[in-house]
Design a protein around this ligand. Structure first.
Ligand SMILES: [Zn+2]
Ligand SMILES: [Zn+2]
Length: 408
């Protein structure tokens, strides 16, 4: 379920419509593209029909992503899309129902008139509750649980008070009687919130050229100086970029994160260590002892089962081809998964590659990872009628799961 948002172009003020996951905002009116960034989680308000009233905004916490569950049998997953009331008022609607889907939201920031109530619900607590409901009977005791979120955001429902009754500002229906302690609402108000949306001009910090990407890209590239940029703390930071050349000019290039990590608990410094730790059915070659180990992850959204498959295959294979090519003129698939999410996925890749699950899984919790380096690598794929096939490894991706991931 995706929501749409209306936001004014920071350059010319024209109203633009975007998806909640969009970060790059090209304006068809003034031609300027801006990149959107929030220091905190993204906050949205539902539109109220009541413009003349004092509005109170009640927070609903939203998590959209995948819950991975590792047990002795393997890795299981479930796609979650939950929205839950963030204040302890039992009479308020627990969820927003279809409201966010049916209407266009706006970003909440310090200038929106009204009083915002603080959110008391923590993401971990909400997910903990969801976990209890989701554990299927065939799942064993969780030895490791990892949540990878596409969106953790707050959606605010506008409310107003009339003659001692709290009304829903979207439907104009009564929600609850005003609590006896009338000041309870003001006591939990977030006074003077400083939420701010940052709009960055999409110019290459290195050479000043226009950065390119698609609306949902989280990494933008500069075709002039061949660099890649991801936003961190309101600034573009450079990511190492590599392109593995293709044999054909018709290839499609898909982005992957290639990560070097330091592990404790189960030390994996070389490729040989990895083969031994995960019990791969291969005889360790002497040269592997000195070969650096890299974890691979798709840098694009895709069904969790394919995410697992691709990470596993590329990590076990360790693409032997050095990225030495230049960015191709077209056919560059957007990078929509931030590096931070790919890092979270490394444990799942390890769990997925381990052959002897009974021995490996109980040790999973002891593994601590710290990232030593990462680069965004574009790998060439050749298109067949239903699939994209990686040219060096023959690893394939079904077109449908790629589309599914994009519009998840
Ligand atoms: Zn504009
Ligand atoms: Zn540049």
């Amino acid at each position: 379920m995706k929501f749409s948002v209306v936001q004014e172009c920071p350059q010319c003020g024209a109203p633009l419509e975007m998806d909640e996951a969009d970060r790059l905002l090209p304006c068809p009116f003034c031609g300027v593209a801006s990149f959107l960034f929030s220091d905190d989680c993204y906050r949205f308000v539902l539109p109220s029909r009541e413009s003349n009233r004092d509005l109170i905004f009640a927070p609903y916490l939203r998590f959209k992503g995948t819950a991975f569950h590792c047990d002795l049998k393997g890795v299981h997953y479930r796609i979650l899309d939950i929205t839950q009331l963030g204040i302890p008022f039992k009479r308020f609607p627990m969820s927003l129902g279809l409201r966010p889907q049916a209407m266009k939201m706006r970003f909440a920031h310090a200038d929106v008139a009204g009083s915002f109530l603080k959110c008391f619900l923590k993401t971990d607590d909400m997910l903990e509750r969801a976990k209890r409901h989701s554990s299927a009977a065939d799942m064993g005791e969780a030895l490791c649980r990892i949540f990878i979120g596409d969106a953790v955001s707050l959606i605010y429902l506008p409310l107003y008070v009339e003659r001692g009754v709290i009304f829903d500002g979207v439907t104009n229906r009564p929600v609850a009687a005003l609590p006896k302690h009338r000041d309870i609402l003001s006591s939990i108000a977030d006074h003077g919130p400083r939420w701010k949306l940052t709009f960055l001009p999409t110019l290459c910090p290195r050479c000043g050229w226009n950065l390119t990407g698609e609306r949902d890209s989280v990494v933008l590239t500069c075709r002039n100086c061949e660099t890649a940029w991801e936003v961190k703390k309101g600034k573009f930071v450079q990511r190492e970029l590599g392109v593995v050349s293709a044999d054909s000019s018709e290839s499609i290039y898909l982005p992957f994160w290639k990560m070097a990590v330091e592990t404790t608990g189960i030390p994996i410094a070389s490729y040989a260590d990895f083969i031994r730790a995960t019990n791969q059915p291969r005889v360790v070659q002497r040269k592997w002892e000195d070969q650096n180990m890299y974890f691979w992850s798709p840098a694009f959204k895709i069904r969790p089962s394919r995410f697992l498959y691709l990470s596993r295959q590329l990590t076990v294979m360790q693409i032997p081809h050095e990225p030495e090519g230049r960015l191709p003129p077209g056919n560059l698939y957007p990078a929509t998964v931030p590096l931070s999410e790919a890092i979270q996925g490394i444990k799942i890749t390890l769990a997925g590659t381990a052959v002897n699950k009974k021995v490996f899984m109980p040790r999973l919790q002891d593994i601590r990872l710290s990232i030593r380096g990462a680069s965004l690598i574009y790998l060439p794929f050749r298109e067949t009628s239903h699939e994209l096939v990686q040219e060096h490894t023959r690893v394939s991706i079904n077109r449908t799961s790629l589309n599914f991931g994009r519009f998840l």
